[in-house]
Design a protein. Structure first.
Length: 85
């Protein structure tokens, strides 16, 4: 029983820590943040899919926020974003 409680507590904490690494999309450079890089993503079928790809890359890079700076394309979209931490 104690092992089950310990396992559940560990899973809960692991889930919470993964959620804290999600990046937030912003429209301007956040105050008290530094630009840490630029990312790009492509082959998205719509703007929502492109935003999800950029969000995933920003989170993977350790950014706390990102600002989409360009999007282009017709059938397949490509975009770039500036990362901040």
């Amino acid at each position: 029983m104690k092992a089950l409680s310990t396992t559940l507590a560990a899973l809960t904490l692991a889930t919470l820590s993964f959620g804290s690494f999600a990046a937030t999309q912003v429209s301007d450079q956040p105050s008290n943040s530094q630009e840490i890089g630029v990312i790009s993503a492509g082959q998205a079928s719509n703007l929502s899919a492109l935003e999800k790809k950029l969000d995933a890359k920003a989170s993977e890079a350790g950014a706390t926020s990102y600002r989409i700076t360009s999007t282009t394309g017709q059938n397949k979209l490509h975009g770039t974003a500036v990362l901040y931490r």
